[in-house]
Design a protein around this ligand. Structure first.
Ligand code: FES
Length: 638
């Protein structure tokens, strides 16, 4: 029996000795545990090696050793993306899931699903490039909207008379009663952390200081001549956009786009909700992963701009309802099941330190309101930043993702819904699909029988990301290689593989297993038909509920990372978007992030967001009476 100490992943430790493991889902705190046996695993070509308990799956071992393997389903064995090759050593027998998801040729070469495979001794594993979760292209920028900065925090510079034996007033009262303060704001409360700081700070700063006051409460003490800073966060299921703002000028000082680290516990939000629902330790792990990533971004942005995190006196976060609940560690069980009830939908303010954020000690984080179901504050933020809530026109805003949120603004009447478009546009459930990282083909064009393509990073192609998946389907449909029902027709590039037809986009290198053929299969097309059918159904249900036809739409705004890179003409060609003149479409980038920034720098915009939350009429698409009728038509192409 080994005595095992459990360290968090990525800690600077020597992985070569037996150690740790209390639980594979809660490895953030050092804990002690005992375990019978460990196995030594080496991951190639990354060269990461270490010891893991013998009863853990390869995916769990990879997570522990800091090897990011794609696991869209969170390790339940149904996405087929965690493919690895066993080069040496014994592992558990093949499972039914693997027989279904891997073809015979792959199985013969030792390919396995990491989440279904348990090492039975020391092993050598190869992780193909497609299975490595490389940093994804993120979209943090959007259309900047200029508003007059007037944040929720008022900063008052004060110059106090030092305390003397003849003037025994306490420090907090001295600050509150100072004419510099009284002429500007009324202080009614001091945060306890500020009370702990105030006496040494006043003396250190020679009684010259700035008090940051929010709704009568002192939330930060800043040195003179330093503008208060703000933090805006758009917390997405796959990506996080973080902005460091100057609250006085309203300017963005720095920004970061990062991958949501929860991805290694499932790209699918449902998998993460299921994990969080298993217990407080798991929910805590998921929350702490995101908080750590945001804290790291804060430090990087502050170093870059030579600012201090303690000057961040206010923060705003937007997210979909599920991410919002995971971030706040709110109960998630009732949100995961019909009728999908949120714990809270109105805007809330929480002390940032209670979440674990390292900014000014008394600062709050403001959470914009959620609407209903999974339509959350990020949708409110997108409505806010695009301004569709106040326009006298018929405008639609779509944020396309695993869940696609759509709002129809019909002359200020707002109706929203979300449709389960699935992860196909993230490259999941698509044979050669991958996320938008280096090596992903991002655009495809068919010229005669030749396939022209462009990859992210200009490197050799590894797979297809969402925009290329959309292009491929549109190009094959326009060329008549795929008919309106989605069936692949005979063509020199079309072949049968394991009983399925597939179109070969790129012929790989037979000598190099890391360069397999990149193909587009009949099953991929069916998957995309479901995704595009869901989105088009959402659009049509919104139009019907407002007694409108698609030709009545003045403009369609496409928001979000995926929407920023798609070729709108391809989306129109397959019928995912209505057949309107292309000039009626506009790709607006990260509209949710822009909304978070607006709500941060302007309390007026924050109030509008609150009002939008109550104004939006929500439609539950799955129970809409016209759903089946429209969906059955909408899955056809063109
Ligand atoms: S099949 Fe292994 S993570 Fe999905």
């Amino acid at each position: 029996m080994y005595k095992i100490i459990h360290y968090p992943p990525n800690t600077a430790i020597d992985y070569a000795r037996p150690k740790l493991v209390k639980s594979w889902v809660g490895p953030l705190e050092n804990t002690e545990y005992t375990c019978n046996l460990t196995v030594h695993i080496e991951f190639e070509p990354i060269g990461r090696r270490g010891d893991c308990p013998s009863d853990s799956s390869l995916l769990e071992c990879a997570r522990y050793l800091g090897v990011d393997i794609v696991s869209i389903c969170g390790g339940v064995g149904d996405c087929g993306r965690c493919i690895v090759q066993i080069l040496k050593g014994k592992v558990s027998p093949l499972t039914d899931n693997e027989r279904q998801l891997l073809d015979k040729a792959m199985i013969a070469k030792g390919y396995r699903l990491a989440c279904r495979t348990i090492p039975l001794g020391d092993i050598l594993v190869k992780v193909p490039p497609q299975s490595l979760s490389t940093p994804q292209r993120t979209q943090v920028e959007g259309e900047e909207i200029t508003v007059k900065p007037a944040s929720s925090v008022t900063v008052c510079p004060v110059s106090l008379k030092p305390a003397t034996l003849a003037d025994l007033q306490a420090d907090a009262e001295r600050l509150r009663e100072s004419p510099d303060i009284k002429n500007k704001v009324k202080i009614s409360n001091f945060d306890i952390a500020i009370l702990r700081e105030i006496s040494p700070e006043l003396r250190l700063k020679k009684w010259q200081i700035q008090a940051a006051v929010r709704d009568g409460e002192v939330v930060a003490l800043l040195p003179l001549n330093r503008n208060p800073l703000g933090l805006a966060v758009d917390l997405g299921t796959s990506k996080i956009a973080v902005y460091l703002m100057d609250l006085t000028s309203g300017k963005t000082l720095a920004l970061r786009g990062l991958m949501n680290p929860q991805i290694s516990y499932g790209e699918d939000i449902i998998a993460r909700m299921a994990l969080a629902n298993r217990g407080t330790e798991q929910a805590k792990l998921l929350q702490e992963l995101v908080v750590a990533a945001i804290n790291e971004a804060i430090i990087e942005m502050c170093n870059e701009t030579k600012k201090s995190p303690s000057d961040i006196a206010d923060a705003v976060l937007v997210a979909n309802t599920a991410m919002h609940h995971l971030f706040l560690r709110l109960p998630i069980g009732q949100l995961a099941r019909a009728p999908y009830i949120a714990t809270v939908s109105s805007a809330i303010d929480v002390k940032a330190r209670d979440i674990g954020l390292k900014i000014a000690s008394g600062a709050y984080m403001h959470f914009l309101p959620n609407i209903a179901g999974y339509v959350g504050a990020d949708h409110v933020a997108a409505i806010l930043s695009t301004g569709i809530y106040k326009e006298d026109s018929i405008t639609m805003v779509l944020d396309i993702g695993t869940n696609t949120e759509i709002c129809l603004a019909n002359h200020r009447k707002l109706t929203s819904l979300s449709c389960a478009s699935g992860p196909a546009f993230e490259g999941a459930h698509i044979k050669s699909g991958m996320r938008a990282a280096d090596g992903a083909i991002e655009h495809v064009k068919l010229v005669s029988d030749k396939v022209e393509y462009q990859t992210i990073g200009g490197v050799a192609p590894v797979g297809l990301c969402g925009s290329a998946i959309l292009d491929t389907l549109a190009q094959l449909f326009l060329a008549g290689i795929v008919d309106a029902s989605g069936k692949i027709k005979p063509h020199p590039r079309v072949r049968e593989n394991n009983g399925t037809r597939e179109f070969v986009l790129v012929y790989g290198n037979k000598q190099d297993e890391a360069r397999p053929d990149i193909t587009f299969t009949q099953r991929d097309i069916r998957e995309l038909q479901l995704a595009k059918g869901a989105i088009r159904t959402g659009i049509e249900v919104l139009l019907e509920s407002n007694k409108l036809k698609y030709r009545d739409i003045d403009s369609i705004l496409i928001a979000g990372a995926f929407g920023s890179y798609i070729d709108v003409a391809s989306a129109v060609a397959i019928g995912m978007l209505p057949n309107l003149p292309l000039e009626r479409f506009r790709q607006v980038g990260n509209a949710a992030g822009m909304g978070a920034k607006l709500a941060l720098i302007s309390r007026h915009q924050r109030a509008i967001a609150q009002e939008i939350g109550t104004r939006v009429q929500y439609i539950d698409l799955s129970s809409a009476p016209q759903f089946s009728r429209i969906f059955n038509k909408a899955i056809n192409l063109g």
